[in-house]
Ligand binder design. Structure first.
Ligand SMILES: [Zn+2]
Ligand SMILES: [Zn+2]
Length: 349
């Protein structure tokens, strides 16, 4: 049996015919395995869904309880048998509940990474390298230019700006699932114990993280009419809100934005970001290469992102590699803007 007999590429995404399941399917399917709660991976409308309890909770929070036919929660490390296939979810270190999926069949081990990172994140279990024959890796930041700095140092830039400009509101743009909670947790780790204020689009998932046991300290909602009094405060908002009318009512706001893309200065400038913070929930180039080596995989399939450079690197390392060229998975930025637009459209937000 070959890897391609175990996992094939279909219009709905990666498919395992032996178990009749899709992984992170792009359209409704009878049976789905979901790596994590970001909306390009976790869509509503499937029949049976197998995912971690946290991912299922995130999906229910976003889409409502009826987001699928039947949901089954799986623990990290617990093997589930689907016909001739064994499936195991292992931590991916990307966001709360995120998992790599190990698929074992016909003596072969294939790992689908989903999105992942290796940097420490107080809000989720750390990535566990898994030995396998075929590793399917993401490549959002799959270019050598993307070397993410230590996140604590980026948080210190924000804290420094707060001491330099104590009268200015610091608006921190961040993706509402994962990044926002990680930033708050990192601020707390650096000793920041003042309230952190939330744009309406941030509240629901922030509250869910609390319910799932991630302590984030004193979080407060920005009250209508209360923006003028938030000089010196940290206010989390979706990136798109930084350019909104919403942002202008704060006292002399500093626009900060936390993203791996802030490494690209032109992007920060173009968006009018005064304080770019390079904080990524995806592996940078060095992490991608180190992880591929650690898995011991002889074959690597590369998906969403900068596929060609990583395929080229693998080939030079003597590994068989191919790009999957799957369409339909975005990066967190594109997703964040969509969320911001939704938030603006909702009067309650
Ligand atoms: Zn993701
Ligand atoms: Zn992704």
């Amino acid at each position: 049996m070959q890897a391609r007999d175990i996992l094939s590429l279909t219009p709905a995404g990666l498919y395992c015919p032996l178990a009749d399941v899709h992984i992170d399917p792009l359209r409704p399917v009878p049976r789905a395995l979901i790596t994590h709660g970001h909306s390009d991976h976790a869509r509503a409308g499937h029949g049976a869904v197998l995912a971690t309890a946290e991912t299922l909770a995130i999906m229910a929070a976003r889409y409502g309880e009826g987001f699928c036919g039947t949901a089954q929660a799986v623990r990290y490390g617990e093997a589930v048998t689907l016909g001739p296939v064994r499936v195991t979810f292992l931590p991916a270190g990307h966001v709360l509940g995120s998992a790599q999926i190990l698929i074992e069949a016909g003596g072969l081990r294939i790992v689908v990474s989903g999105d992942y990172k290796r940097a420490s994140d107080p809000t989720c279990a750390p990535f566990e390298p898994v030995r396998c024959d075929v590793f399917i890796t993401e490549a959002t930041f799959g270019l050598p230019v993307f070397r993410h700095p230590d996140a604590a140092g980026e948080i210190d830039k924000l804290l420094h700006s707060l001491t330099l400009f104590p009268e200015r509101a610091h608006l921190l743009g961040a993706y509402p699932l994962g990044k926002a909670q990680r930033l708050v947790a990192l601020l707390r780790q650096r000793g920041y114990d003042r309230p952190v204020y939330l744009h309406g689009a941030m509240e629901r998932l922030m509250q869910l993280y609390g319910e799932l046991g991630i302590a984030l300290g004193d979080l407060r909602k920005v009250e209508p009419g209360g923006r003028e009094s938030l000089g010196g405060a940290v206010v989390l908002c979706p990136p798109g809100a930084l350019q909104d009318l919403w942002a202008r009512r704060f006292p002399d706001p500093v626009a900060a934005f936390a993203s791996g893309w802030m490494r690209v200065r032109a992007r920060a400038r173009q968006r009018g970001v005064e304080l770019p913070l390079v904080v990524s929930d995806h592996a940078g180039w060095d992490e991608l290469c180190a992880t591929i080596r650690e898995t011991g995989a002889g074959e690597v399939w590369v998906t969403h992102g900068e596929e060609e450079a990583l395929v080229h690197w693998c080939t030079r390392e003597g590994l068989a590699a191919r790009p999957l060229n799957m369409l339909g998975y975005g990066d967190d930025e594109a997703e964040a803007e969509a969320v911001a637009e939704e938030a603006v459209a909702e009067p309650s937000a």
